[in-house]
Structures are given as structure tokens and as C-alpha cells.
Ligand binder design. Structure first.
Ligand code: PEP
Ligand code: MG
Length: 324
């Protein structure tokens, strides 16, 4: 680890006028944990629980899942670790659970799969809860939610798993539960979700894909996939405003949070937590430490004043370079 990075690890992510923004990380494999801690991560904003499922040949057993989850939760305790329930379908497939569809992004994915298979969901939630015993830093996050009905069903299953384990004598603390805002329908229901859960987390990767109707993995339309598109920026701002009106914490865990310019915009919008890959953390922290809140606010006002993405990018890159 270079000296510069090592020094940066122990410095707070704060602007020149002292506004702090917690920087958390996205993880999947066990190896992501040590890198995250080396980089000074203050928590996990997104543990992609499908990753250990994707590298196996069968569904992992409850015992195997407990072990994987414990290895994510323990090193960060008492800092929070946000574990997303299985998000398969779409661009994430399991060899032993094939889903063959013409239009997988709009098909059976995320919460839709696990609510149709409560036995898969319950084993996973039990494993998360059991792995958290004595650590109490678990947060559970629900992917691809489009309706409050899905939230209510998922929360009922989590409560059921929790009650059964407590009846069995386990010493557990109720985990915080959150919803991912990553489909356009969710953007317009922040108020309703906020009444049901403890936090929201924006998935800007899928939100960009679905708002712009651009496949996130199709190279032919890669030029059109742009999180600086005014439609995306407007939605991102609206989500924070509505969440805060309901006094619910809102974080963001898509790739945009790992780009220095994106992170400054999101901070200025008011996001409570930015979660990114560990490799992005130092450059985002440097960018935040390099500006004042007022400059970041100016960044945001500038970004929101354009009507197409390329101008947003160019203007912000110039402003960032000028800021030093
Ligand atoms: C997202 O959609 O922005 C997200 C964080 O989840 P994933 O990239 O795993 O779909
Ligand atoms: Mg997603």
C-alpha cells in the first residue's frame, strides 16, 4: 500500500468546511472485505449475496451461507453491513437454476424470484440472522422492488424467520430492513416505501438502464447508457428529497457513487451514504476533501442546468479540474 493511500485511509471523508459523508463499500467475495478495510471503509452499503451463489454448482446450504455471511459481518462489526437478498435473473444467472426468457431484464429477477420461492428466501434470511448473532450489525436490503406488496411480503417473511429463531433461543436484534430504488416505479413510491422500511438504497446501475430503456450490458447502445442523463439526475434528486421528507435514510450503491464527479453530485443532493467498490474509495475521498460544500452545490446546480448528458460531463470535468 503506498504511503499516500495509507494516510488517506485514516482521514475523514469530509469537505473543506467539515461536511462529512460516510463512504461505504460494495462487496461480494470474502477477498473484498480485507481490501475494503485497508481503504478505510466505514461500512458495507451493498453485499451482493448472489456472488457466493454464482461460484457454486448447487444452492449453498444454510450452514455454508452462515459461514459466508459471518465472514462479511464479523470484520466490520460494529459498523453496519447491508446484505442484499438474492438478486438473480436479468444479468445475474446461476448455472443450477436456469432462467430462460426473451426479455430477462423485465422478467423474473430479484425479489420476484425469491417471493415465488419463499423456501430459498427464508433459508437465506435465517442464515443472515444466525450469522449476525452477537454482532448486531446486519441490515437486509431487498432488490428490484416495484410495489409495496412485495415489500410487505418480504418483511413478513423476515419477521417470521426472526420470530422463529428467537423462539428457538437465539439472541438476536431485529435487523434494519431497506428497499432498493432501482426501477422507475420505485422512484414514484419513495413515500410509500419510507413508511414501511428503515432505509432506502438507490441502485443507479439498474435505474439508469430502466429509465433510459438502455440495456446495461449491450455494447451497441453503450453510448446511450449514461447516469449523467438529465432524466437520471432529476430522478436521483427527487428520491433524496422525498426520502428526507419522510425522515428516512437514503444511500446509493450504484457505480455513479464511485466516480469523483458523481460522488460530489450525490453528496450535494444530500445522499446520506455513498457506497462504492473499494478501489474507487480513495479517489472519491480525495475529491470530497478537495472541495467545499458550496462548490459541490455549484456542481449540482450546474449539472441540473443542462438538457443532455455530454454537456453535464464536460462542464463538471472542467469544474473539477479548476477546483484543483
Ligand atoms: C444497481 O443496480 O445499481 C446495483 C447497485 O445493483 P447491481 O449492480 O448488483 O444490479
Ligand atoms: Mg441492480
Amino acid at each position: 500500500l503506498s504511503r499516500g493511500l495509507e494516510q488517506l485511509r485514516d482521514l475523514p471523508a469530509q469537505t473543506q468546511d467539515g461536511h462529512r459523508v460516510p463512504l461505504w463499500v460494495n462487496t461480494g467475495l470474502i477477498t473484498d472485505v480485507s481490501l475494503a478495510l485497508q481503504r478505510g471503509a466505514e461500512g458495507v452499503g451493498l453485499y451482493r449475496s448472489e456472488v457466493p451463489f454464482m461460484i457454486k454448482e448447487f444452492f449453498p446450504s444454510e450452514a455454508e451461507q452462515i459461514e459466508s455471511y459471518r465472514r462479511q459481518l464479523e470484520p466490520f462489526a460494529p459498523s453496519p453491513v447491508t446484505m442484499r437478498t438474492l438478486d438473480i435473473g436479468g444479468d445475474k444467472s446461476l448455472s443450477y437454476f436456469p432462467i430462460d426468457e426473451d426479455n430477462p431484464s423485465l422478467g423474473w429477477r430479484g425479489i420476484r424470484v425469491t417471493l415465488d420461492h419463499p423456501e430459498i428466501f427464508l433459508v437465506q434470511v435465517r442464515a443472515m440472522l444466525l450469522a449476525s448473532e452477537g454482532l448486531d450489525n446486519l441490515r437486509i436490503l431487498l432488490p428490484m422492488v416495484a410495489s409495496v406488496v412485495e415489500v410487505d411480503e418480504a418483511v413478513a417473511l423476515i419477521n417470521q424467520a426472526f420470530a422463529e429463531l428467537v423462539d428457538d433461543g437465539y439472541q438476536l436484534i431485529q435487523p434494519e430492513i431497506g428497499v432498493m430504488v432501482e426501477v422507475p416505479a420505485a422512484v414514484y413510491q419513495v413515500r410509500h416505501f419510507a413508511k414501511r422500511v428503515d432505509f432506502l438504497s438507490v441502485g443507479s446501475n439498474d435505474l439508469t438502464q430502466y429509465l433510459l430503456a438502455v440495456d446495461r450490458n449491450n455494447p451497441r447502445v453503450a453510448d446511450l447508457y449514461d447516469s449523467y442523463h438529465p432524466a437520471v439526475l432529476t430522478a436521483l434528486k427527487q428520491i433524496v428529497d422525498e426520502a428526507h421528507r419522510e425522515q428516512v435514510q437514503v444511500s446509493i450503491c450504484g457505480e455513479l457513487a464511485g466516480e469523483p464527479i458523481g460522488a460530489l453530485l450525490l453528496m450535494a443532493m444530500g445522499y446520506d451514504v455513498l457506497s462504492m467498490s473499494s478501489t474507487s474509495l480513495p479517489k472519491v475521498k480525495s475529491a470530497i476533501r478537495g472541495v467545499s460544500s458550496e462548490q459541490a452545490k455549484l456542481f449540482l446546480d450546474t449539472a441540473l442546468s443542462f438538457d443532455e448528458p455530454e454537456s453535464v460531463r464536460q462542464a463538471l470535468e472542467k469544474m473539477l479540474a479548476d477546483a484543483g
